[in-house]
Write a protein that binds this ligand. Structure first.
Ligand code: SF4
Length: 575
């Protein structure tokens, strides 16, 4: 008897087969070719040390070519090209870390990216000293003046109890005074303030240093931009006694945690509520797209400090893209070809949550309970089985919508075709029977002992669908690790952040290199008549010189070798 194959025993193999079908899904009516939004993190470093920091941003380090943690000059250029090709309308340079630490990168982006609206999000650590602040503001103003297109640029200063532990009132007072003195009439270079609901730090500082200021409510849910509808749900305006006014945005506190306790419903209730409320009010349940006033829709992109790029809340670990090696066209094509990422762009968050809930309500809860919107896609699809289940369910829906090329479906392996014919109940039963688990995945990962300890801790907090036998197996493994001694402890927050912020493995690195050093090949020209005669040409251009037959054949051989070697690995080639 032939044993029936359950595709959930080996989910990644089948998902990869589906990913290879480049023409599987017929493009839909929505074009997503309107103005787009990009949020970019130039660095993961900060040093302000807010206790609630989403990204656990470490103190700045100066490490050469630290591309896992910040942009280098090459990444900045690639990012600028990406943004301009992406038809960016709204650019938010944010953190991740403190973007103002990357001065040159920030100024270049302000000067060269053709967005209509640019927001520079900052803790203001650079404005702690008024003279520094004055100088930096002048540089930004100069970068704005060199732009080829008009843009409204705002510095958005975060003010909260956490920020003020190290920074006190200094950035707020310095920036408010400088803008009041120098930029109050410049509509294209403004200051905004951002604080949290229930945090009185801003009000206390304003009362102390700007006595007599007034506050007016601004219409609720108003957009921050003329073209793209970008909602900041709670806004007000403060006016100083001089008449200078500044917009203040207020957000609810997310209370993020990379280790939420899913076994304690009460402890995660508030974070989930805030997450759901923000999703509905700020993103209308479609975090990966933006709605434009002219009726078009564009894409909401995020580019992380390690160069990874995806549509917002849609990062999936088995289909990573990176601006260092993937240009805009490829990023868009790959995103729109993967049923998993395409469906999130087209159908939004409610659709995605419903499907994942069919097989793992726990995972949906986890993604929200962590409370970091950038990590949602990665957390939902950590498990290879979940990725395959979701991909199949999306394909079933696209078949119903008439969006699937039937010729391509015919060519798929029979196991996938059979799975596509199952109803939801049958498919989820097949999922439950699949022998692959998060524990197998963890064992298969090339990883350190300390990382496995982290995994067990998360498993015990209820993060994964593991049965008792799996948990016992994981505990036994940890006992063995402990008996042979532990690796040196490093900051767990950073390790957990790295679990979800893995950088794409670059193709040139995966295929050929054992290190990330660049290889420079020096190649001399082919043989000439002067070489044969043992003469030197020098710089005398009047001398007649030509390649010999041997020289021409050397050039020919070299060009063939270059073709085989692959142009992906050769840049700036001069022959
Ligand atoms: S200023 Fe921002 S990036 Fe820096 S520690 Fe605070 S929250 Fe994190």
């Amino acid at each position: 008897m032939v044993k029936k194959i359950n595709i959930f025993d080996n989910p990644q193999k089948y998902r990869e087969t589906i990913l290879q079908q480049t023409d599987l899904i017929v493009p839909g009516k929505s074009k997503f070719d309107g103005k787009s939004l990009i949020c970019v993190f130039l660095t993961s470093y900060c040093g302000v040390g807010c206790p609630f920091c989403f990204f656990k941003s470490p103190n700045p380090k100066s490490i050469d070519n630290d591309t896992e943690n910040k942009f280098n000059a090459e990444t900045v250029d690639k990012f600028i090209s990406f943004a301009n090709e992406a038809n960016v309308g709204y650019l938010q340079i944010s953190g991740g870390g403190e973007p103002f630490l990357e001065r040159e990168a920030l100024l270049k982006c302000v000067q060269e990216i053709r967005a209509d609206r640019i927001i520079l999000v900052t803790s203001g650590s650079w404005a702690f000293n008024k003279l520094n602040a004055e100088k930096y503001l002048a540089e930004i103003e100069q970068a704005i003046s060199k732009r080829k297109t008009l843009a409204r640029v705002s510095i958005r200063l975060s003010v909260s109890e956490g920020h003020s532990i190290r920074l006190k009132e200094r950035p707020l007072v310095n920036l408010l005074r400088l803008f009041e003195e120098k930029y109050r009439d410049n509509e294209n270079f403004t200051l905004q303030l951002k604080t949290f609901e229930g945090d009185n730090t801003l009000v206390n500082y304003l009362n102390k240093y700007f006595h007599g200021y007034s506050t007016q409510e601004v219409v609720k849910n108003q957009s921050d931009d003329f073209n793209i509808i970008k909602i900041m749900p709670w806004k007000s305006k403060i006016t100083l006694t001089s008449g200078y006014g500044v917009i203040v945005g207020k957000t609810r506190v997310f209370e993020p945690s990379l280790k939420p306790n899913l076994n304690d419903e009460q402890s995660i209730k508030n974070t989930i509520e805030v997450f759901d409320e923000d999703l509905e009010q700020s993103q209308s349940n479609y975090p990966s797209t933006v709605f434009n006033r002219d009726g078009t829709r564009g894409i909401d992109w995020i580019v992380e400090y390690n160069g990874n790029v995806c549509t917002w809340q849609n990062r999936v670990q088995d289909n990573l893209l990176n601006i260092s090696e993937d240009g805009y066209d490829k990023v868009l094509r790959v995103t729109m070809q993967d049923p998993l990422t395409l469906s999130f762009v087209e159908k939004g968050a409610t659709y995605r949550d419903q499907i994942v809930s069919e097989i793992s309500p726990r995972t949906v809860k986890l993604a929200k309970a962590v409370g970091i919107r950038d990590y949602v896609g990665t957390l939902l699809f950590q498990n290879e089985k979940t990725r395959l289940y979701y991909t199949l369910r999306v394909l079933q829906d696209y078949i119903k919508d008439g969006r699937i090329d039937t010729q391509v479906i015919v060519s798929l392996p029979v196991e996938i075709k059979n799975a596509l014919n199952l109803d939801v109940e049958q498919l989820s039963r097949s999922y439950a029977r699949g022998r692959h688990s998060m524990l197998d995945q963890e064992f298969a990962e090339e990883q350190s002992d300390i990382r496995f300890n982290d995994f067990l801790e998360l498993a015990e907090l209820g993060h994964y669908d593991l049965d008792k036998a799996d948990i016992d197996r994981a505990r036994k493994h940890v006992e063995v690790i402990r008996s042979v001694g532990q690796e040196q402890e490093i900051n767990q927050d950073r390790r957990l952040t790295k679990r979800v912020m893995k950088q794409k493995k670059f193709n040139w690195f995966v295929n050929n290199q054992t290190s990330r050093e660049k290889i420079i090949h020096l190649i001399r020209h082919g043989e000439t008549n002067f070489n044969v005669e043992g003469r030197l040409k020098g710089q005398n251009e009047s001398i007649q010189i030509s390649f010999t037959e041997r020289g021409l054949s050397q050039i020919n051989d070299f060009s063939n070798q270059l073709r085989e070697y692959g142009t992906e690995r050769t840049t700036n080639t001069t022959i």
